[in-house]
Write a protein that binds this ligand. Structure first.
Ligand SMILES: [Zn+2]
Length: 89
């Protein structure tokens, strides 16, 4: 029984070594078939800020930096509170 198991283990080891040798010598990728560049992501619409100015924030009750968007909205840059809602068309 022990001799049978030893022979079986030896045979399985030989099969494993042969499989590894075949796998290593198998023609693999040469690097010429790599995936191309990933698909370009669609450009996000930039936040179009027209100008920055200091104004009194109604939430923080102090003078902070505000930004005026192209859509007409005004937002506090400290607490991100929208002071004037812009036209979102
Ligand atoms: Zn604020």
């Amino acid at each position: 029984m022990s001799a049978y198991l030893t022979a079986l283990a030896g045979a399985m080891t030989a099969v494993g070594v042969g499989a590894v040798a075949m796998g290593r010598s198998w023609p693999g990728t040469t690097g010429r078939h790599r995936a191309g560049d990933p698909a370009p992501t669609p450009l996000l619409r930039p936040v179009e800020a027209l100008d920055r100015f200091e104004a009194r924030c109604p939430v923080e009750l102090r003078t902070t930096l505000h930004v005026r968007f192209r859509t007409g909205g005004v937002q506090c840059l400290d607490c991100r509170t929208t002071i004037i809602e812009g036209d979102r068309t």
